[in-house]
Design a protein around this ligand. Structure first.
Ligand SMILES: Cc1ncc(C[n+]2csc(CCOP(=O)(O)OP(=O)(O)O)c2C)c(N)n1
Length: 335
């Protein structure tokens, strides 16, 4: 479903039906392997490239798609960026756009859990580029010192937009960075879903048993563009892409299952048909949703509108009345 969701997201953007999309092609094993090692009560602080974590935890596809349109049924009513999903009931924290801010949020949440003597741990996701941020250093310093129940997932997909990992750090491995913070660091094949699951499971167990944080580097490759606004052929060798294509994590797991006689083409066909139908249905419903009404700009700021907001709302209404003579915004944001 994650692969289909990404394919559909990119298509919708190319068709001009949504404005922006961030695909996670090739990184599915990391998302599915880590998410399945968690319990329902655990806190998740994702980056923008983990739709599979949301899907694995049972997030509504319809709601995720509503975020891409920023429509009336979107949890944030179009005020978050597209791809920045948020599901409080699933303990899926709103996606951070400023790189690595989610790292300190996860450490804070897990520290709270520890102080309250709860068993819920926190997991957070960031890229290879994310390890160069202040917030990575702050978060891991704090986590190591306070022995917080945090699992740090570094998705090393070899690039931070156009910057290769070789220019990102002098460290041989992102996992090596853990030593300086006083926590275990492990590098794992990020295209092997079972290896990712096992490494995460061990880190989650350690965190839950009060043994502190772990940094897991999942080594993979970003098969798609950074986002729908990016063209990786301008900075990336096609041969590198071709080499990683042979390591497709979904194909690899499928081959493994087939070799164990646990899966076959017939089951694959049935599943694909089912998933595509479910997705098509959610797309149709989300696209039909109206845009958020303009009043919510003012109404959702405070529980009661301040005099200034009332004034601004009235001014906008007056302007709309005047402009209405010339254009019909049909409740859409005038952007
Ligand atoms: C603090 C901050 N600086 C810069 C950016 C612009 N930016 C967006 S994505 C990105 C690259 C991040 O690369 P990485 O952490 O490796 O994650 P990936 O995109 O590969 O998943 C940058 C620099 C940002 N969003 N936030």
């Amino acid at each position: 479903m994650t692969r289909f969701f990404d394919e559909r997201g990119m298509l919708l953007q190319r068709q001009g039906r949504i404005g922006f999309y961030v695909p996670s092609f090739g990184q599915e094993a990391i998302q599915i392997g880590t998410a399945n090692a968690l319990k329902a009560g655990d806190w998740v602080f994702p980056s923008y490239r983990e739709p599979g974590v949301f899907i694995s935890r049972g997030a509504s596809l319809f709601k995720m798609l509503c975020n891409l349109w920023g429509n009336r049924s979107d949890v944030c009513k179009g005020r978050q960026m597209p791809n920045h999903y948020s599901f409080a009931d699933l303990k899926l924290f709103s996606v951070s756009s400023p790189i690595s801010t989610q790292v300190i949020q996860a450490v804070g949440a897990s520290l709270a859990s520890k102080l309250r003597k709860e068993k819920d741990i926190a997991i957070t996701y960031f890229g290879d580029g994310g390890t160069s941020e202040n917030d990575f250093h702050t978060g891991l310093t704090f986590a190591g010192a306070m022995k917080t129940p945090t699992v740090f997932i570094c998705t090393n997909n070899q690039f931070a937009i156009s910057v290769p990992t070789s220019k990102q750090t002098g460290a041989a491995r992102m996992a090596d960075k853990a030593i300086g913070y006083g926590m275990p660091g492990i590098a794992v094949d990020g295209n092997d879903v079972l290896a990712v699951y096992k490494a995460t499971q061990e880190a989650v167990d350690r965190a839950r048993n009060g043994e502190g944080p772990t940094l897991i580097e999942c080594v993979t490759f970003r098969m798609g563009p950074h986002s729908s606004s990016d063209d990786p052929t301008r900075y990336r060798d096609q041969a590198l892409y071709e080499a990683w294509l042979k390591r497709d994590p979904i194909q690899r797991f499928r081959q493994y299952l087939e070799s164990k006689k646990l899966w076959d083409q017939k089951q694959q066909d049935i599943l694909e048909k089912e998933l595509k139908a479910t997705l098509a249905d959610a797309v149709e419903k989300a696209e039909a949703e109206p845009a958020p009404s303009i009043e919510t700009l003012f109404e959702d700021v405070y529980s009661e509108m301040t005099p200034q907001l009332l004034e601004q709302k009235a001014a906008l209404e007056m302007e709309q009345e005047l402009r209405g003579k010339f254009e019909n915004t049909s409740e859409a944001f005038p952007l």
